[in-house]
Design a protein around this ligand. Structure first.
Ligand code: NJP
Length: 248
């Protein structure tokens, strides 16, 4: 038996866990916390982001049940290749977490068309591409959960947030419509709307005193785990989460 484990192919070790989650934007912040939490709770985790070094550090930290993919979430070919490899490696996908996202905050006349394209491509097109690539598999197996890490500004707007809010409204509308499309195939779609979270997303560094009363990435990871643990007949459509200190 011991010899069997020594000579077993690596993907046998992956398949010791029977649930697999794909997490976009896993290199830091919320995505990283989600990946660690799901791995600690028996998931294989496929880690997607652009920063290869950060992904490899996380992959090492998690161990044999993680595999990382350095890619741009707005690149269709890269996303499709990664999803094909994830299916080949893990055999199955249960949870797809659309978390990769960026923000730019300034008066609209100062926004550039490059910033417009970059935010739309990452926050909206990236969600579409990963959902489109994984959905045939989830529909075929008649189970699975797609989660969107949206924002409280998917539901409200603020000055200098025109572009970011537009992307988060679009991501929310897209996944909410997909929810209605796929429920008859046994596939769930859940949206999580965080308020302020202490991550690299903001200008101040993670852990800065200004952000000490904000949500922690772990708070969002706990919500993701709660969604993943819902009984088969329950879909958690929407979860809005704020720090007690935030006025909104
Ligand atoms: O931000 P951050 P969060 N292709 O900057 C990745 C939403 N949210 O964790 O590519 C692939 O620490 C990037 O990796 P890398 C927010 O809208 C947040 O706070 O290596 N990946 C990194 O892993 C976003 O949707 C707050 O640079 C790309 C990750 O995305 C989600 O939460 C409030 C990529 C970003 O990590 C996670 O953000 C709220 C690309 N093209 C909603 N571009 C908040 N923090 O307060 C970026 O309401 N990434």
């Amino acid at each position: 038996m011991i010899c069997f484990f020594i000579f077993a192919p690596q993907n046998f070790l992956y398949k010791m866990n029977n649930k697999t989650a794909i997490i976009s934007g896993a290199s830091r912040g919320i995505g990283r916390a989600v990946a660690l939490t799901l791995a600690q709770n028996g998931f294989n985790v496929a880690l997607l982001a652009r920063n290869k070094a950060d992904l490899q550090t996380l992959e090492k930290e998690i161990g044999a049940n993680a595999k990382s993919y350095a890619l741009d979430i707005s690149n269709e070919q890269e996303v499709n290749l990664a999803v094909a490899d994830i299916l080949h490696t893990f055999g199955k996908i249960e949870v797809v977490i659309n978390n990769a996202g960026i923000g730019v905050f300034k008066p609209t006349e100062e926004l550039t068309s490059e910033e417009w394209d970059n935010l739309m491509n990452t926050n909206v097109k990236g969600t579409f591409l990963l959902t489109k690539a994984t959905l045939p598999h989830l529909k075929n197996q008649k189970s699975g959960t797609i989660i969107g890490i949206a924002s409280d500004v998917s539901k409200r707007v603020f000055p200098h947030g025109s572009l970011y809010c537009a992307t988060k409204y679009a991501q929310d509308a897209y996944l909410s419509a997909v929810r209605k499309e796929v429920r008859k195939f046994g596939v769930k779609v859940s949206l999580i709307y965080p308020g302020l979270v202490d991550t690299y997303f903001h200008n101040d560094m993670e852990g800065s005193s200004k952000q000490s009363e904000w949500l922690q990435s772990q708070d969002i990871a706990n919500a993701v785990l709660y969604v993943c643990n819902a009984p088969a007949h329950v879909v958690l459509d929407e979860i809005m989460i704020h720090p007690l200190s935030q006025e909104y």
